[in-house]
Design a protein around this ligand. Structure first.
Ligand SMILES: Cc1cc2nc3c(=O)[nH]c(=O)nc-3n(C[C@H](O)[C@H](O)[C@H](O)COP(=O)(O)OP(=O)(O)OC[C@H]3O[C@@H](n4cnc5c(N)ncnc54)[C@H](O)[C@@H]3O)c2cc1C
Length: 563
């Protein structure tokens, strides 16, 4: 039977957001939905085994393996940016820490003019999406969490003793203990809840596509690279994609939705003729609509780490004892879904303030029980050391980067200018964070595990030395957002219903629409965005069906002209 070529909704990108939309838009059976994903189906067993995240991040098939341009404030280093390239997108390769961000972040979005995105508006969506296993074990769990949603959120099945030592050390350093970073009290040190079920990764593909896959009205096309949106004037009418070297055009009766992530969605808009005039002209792309903000406003969390050599040998290494432990853990995982291979490694962390003047935490910690070496790309240090690494990032950076086109070929990687550390404030906050991290690592509960500081080493003490170390060694913690930002100002790309300004029947739904980076990891916020977007899309579609001459309202010109 030949595949249909006309759908009500076409979603480009089967990642964290795309999987949510595919499920919710097809749930009623009324709408024909098509999901286009550039990568393969998520069959690789390493995706599902939590500790498989290291081979998965090393993969050339499941990871786009992007690189930024040379970063001017980070020693002119191009920096490695992993992004998921399979069903589930980055939720199939991420570290599974379940964090929503601070209530302030969403109230801030609303204060920028984004109606419907205040914390009180988004909390019901956070609750709708989750099945929070620990609901009765955390303070006031029922006010903050849900138990009926598809995304399973679990307590860690395996906690390395170093994590407990870290929680004790954090308290010795004066940080409170919190049992739920997503509940009443974000501030403090604690264990991360994880997006896992029964010891396996619960990616958004597992959570949202498993139940939806068999629906007659949902078509999922993998290994299909979206090339551009097709327009009739300023109205999106379809999507072009490339599969097996052949071009295919699909018709959209209702809407095209871009969910290709913070790098893919602006790239697709630009390839489709929507973006800054100069950028379109530079690549001889016919302009459909000028939108100066496409690809701008890129924000990311930048991490700096401290690694301690360990004497108690709880950490993960590839030294003989470590390999023996790994073998035992493999058996435990295969037979019982227990042990270290159920671990996302970053089992403990914290949200802390860089100084007492901060109203809410502005730094985040992730502790991992091994030597941190370039996103798991370099394994050699694991053969040498037992060690643990504490990573610190500043949560609300002022620096803004951008995404541009390298050329007009849809298969070329986007040009990424992260522009980290462009302001003094961003650097100062990381220096303070570095000092706080060193303080906690030297508290008695943690110090008893340490031989010495492996990186950067005790010689690095002055602010200037710490700054130089940050410039030389900081790395992404994988949270790029903001490149199709929601808003009403001249740089906004979508309105608060996530419709692209100035054109019809086109939305962006993914991490790119965040106007500002939230204080935490970004998968749960992206999932929430897609949950809410599904409601908005279905409301508009229902209205259009019941009112024959109804057209989705174009965002008013004055809104994006900043008047
Ligand atoms: C290594 C890593 C660790 C992370 N750890 C955590 C964590 O512990 N906790 C957390 O909350 N967040 C974490 N994140 C971040 C989080 O996973 C992302 O913010 C989130 O997945 C973004 O969702 P998205 O839908 O915007 O994009 P993605 O999930 O990246 O989805 C985009 C999808 O679009 C597809 N695509 C792109 N271009 C095209 C095209 N032209 N045609 C067709 N398909 C296309 C991609 O292949 C991908 O499947 C991590 C991310 C990474 C990479």
């Amino acid at each position: 039977m030949s595949q249909p070529t006309s759908f009500d909704f076409i979603i480009a990108g089967g990642g964290s957001a795309g999987c949510v939309l595919a499920n919710r838009l097809s749930a009623s059976g009324k709408w024909q939905v098509c999901l286009i994903e550039a990568g393969p189906a998520d069959r690789n067993p390493f995706i599902h085994m939590p500790a498989g995240l290291i081979p998965v991040v090393r993969s050339k098939v499941l990871n786009w393996r992007f690189w930024t341009e040379a970063e001017p404030n980070c020693g002119n280093r191009p920096m490695f940016w992993p992004r998921g390239r399979t069903l589930g997108g980055s939720s199939s390769i991420n570290a599974m820490c379940y964090i929503r961000g601070h209530a302030w972040d969403y109230d801030h979005w609303a204060s920028l003019g984004n109606e419907g995105w205040a914390y009180r508006d988004v909390l019901p969506y956070f609750r709708r999406m989750e099945n929070f296993e620990a609901i009765d074990k955390v303070d006031d769990g029922r006010s903050f969490h849900g138990v009926d949603g598809p995304l399973n959120v679990a307590e860690p099945r395996h906690v390395n003793p170093l994590m407990h030592a870290f929680l004790a050390a954090g308290q010795q350093a004066g940080h409170p203990l919190t049992d739920d970073f997503n509940g009443a009290q974000q501030e403090g040190v604690g264990l991360y809840h994880t997006m896992q079920k029964s010891g396996q990764r619960c990616s958004n593909a597992r959570a949202y596509l498993t139940a939806a896959k068999g629906r007659d009205n949902l078509t999922i096309i993998t290994d299909a690279h979206a090339a551009r949106v097709l327009f009739d004037g300023k109205r999106a009418v379809g999507l072009r994609y490339v599969k097996d070297g052949r071009i295919h055009d699909l018709k959209a009766r209702s809407e095209v939705i871009l969910s290709a992530g913070a790098l893919g969605s602006p790239q697709l808009l630009l390839l489709s003729g929507i973006g800054p005039k100069t950028e379109l002209a530079r690549h001889a792309i016919a302009q459909v609509h000028e939108l100066p903000g496409v690809g701008e406003n890129l924000q990311d969390h930048l991490d700096i780490h401290i690694t301690m050599r360990e004497k108690t040998r709880h950490s993960i290494s590839l030294r003989p004892l470590g390999v023996l432990k790994a073998a035992v853990n493999l058996v435990r995982y295969l037979l019982f879904r227990r042990g270290e291979l159920t671990s996302n490694f970053a089992q403990a962390g914290g949200f802390i303030k860089s100084d007492a003047a901060q109203a809410i935490p502005d730094l985040q910690w992730h502790l991992v029980p091994f030597v941190y070496a370039h996103h798991g790309q370099k394994l050699a240090p694991l053969f040498k050391h037992y060690a643990y690494t504490l990573m610190t990032c500043f949560l609300r950076p002022e620096s803004r980067g951008r995404i541009r086109l390298r050329d007009a070929d849809p298969k070329s990687p986007p040009l990424i200018e992260a522009n980290y550390l462009a302001t003094e404030r961003d650097m100062d906050a990381l220096v303070k964070g570095f000092r706080k991290a060193r303080e906690v690592l030297n508290m008695p509960a943690m110090a008893k595990h340490a031989v010495d500081e492996l990186e950067p080493g005790r010689a690095v003490q002055s602010d200037e030395q710490i700054r130089a170390y940050i410039r030389a060694k900081s790395e992404t913690v994988y949270h790029p957002v903001g490149t199709c930002k929601m808003g009403r100002d001249a740089a906004a790309v979508v309105d608060s219903r996530l419709r692209v300004h100035g054109v019809e029947r086109l939305r962006v739904v993914d991490a790119s629409v965040m106007p500002t980076l939230i204080g935490g990891n970004t998968n749960a916020p992206t999932t929430m965005i897609a949950e809410r977007a599904a409601d908005l899309i279905l409301q508009d579609a229902a209205l259009e069906r019941s009112v024959p001459n109804y057209r989705p309202v174009m965002a008013p010109a004055e809104a994006f002209a900043g008047k």
